[in-house]
Design a protein around this ligand. Structure first.
Ligand code: ZN
Length: 122
């Protein structure tokens, strides 16, 4: 079978943050927590022998060290996330995750069930 496929896998982390550049009156200026959902879109060809692109389990295992850096952490203390907006988190995660899995084409960060931030836009 030829042609590209796309896989999507979701991960969940619990993290604290504050957004230091907001006015004092904004609620996100104070330390607060989110149950972030981080979704990864991966594109590629099938492994013809197995009939899948890549094992979901392998995706998960390879990303664990990266997820550990931000799960149950104050994101502002993570290098490169001093201003941890969802936009900056999506960019930070994409750059690092793509070095681990080049098939990743987009990272989607949902800080609530009703919002999503995608990077890059494709
Ligand atoms: Zn927030």
């Amino acid at each position: 079978m030829s042609g590209k496929f796309e896989l999507v896998q979701h991960f969940r982390i619990e993290s604290a943050r504050y957004l230091p550049f907001l006015p004092e009156s904004h609620p996100c200026r104070s330390v607060h927590g989110h149950s972030f959902k981080i979704s990864l879109r991966l594109q590629g060809q099938l492994n013809p022998k197995i009939g899948w692109m890549i094992d979901y389990n392998e995706i998960s295992q390879r990303l664990q060290p990266l997820l550990k850096q931000i799960d149950h952490r104050l994101l502002n203390e993570v290098q490169g996330l001093e201003n941890p907006t969802s936009e900056n988190l999506a960019h930070w995660f994409f750059v690092k995750a793509q070095k681990i899995l080049p098939e990743i084409v987009q990272v989607i960060v949902a800080e609530t069930p009703d919002t999503e931030c995608k990077y890059p836009v494709i």
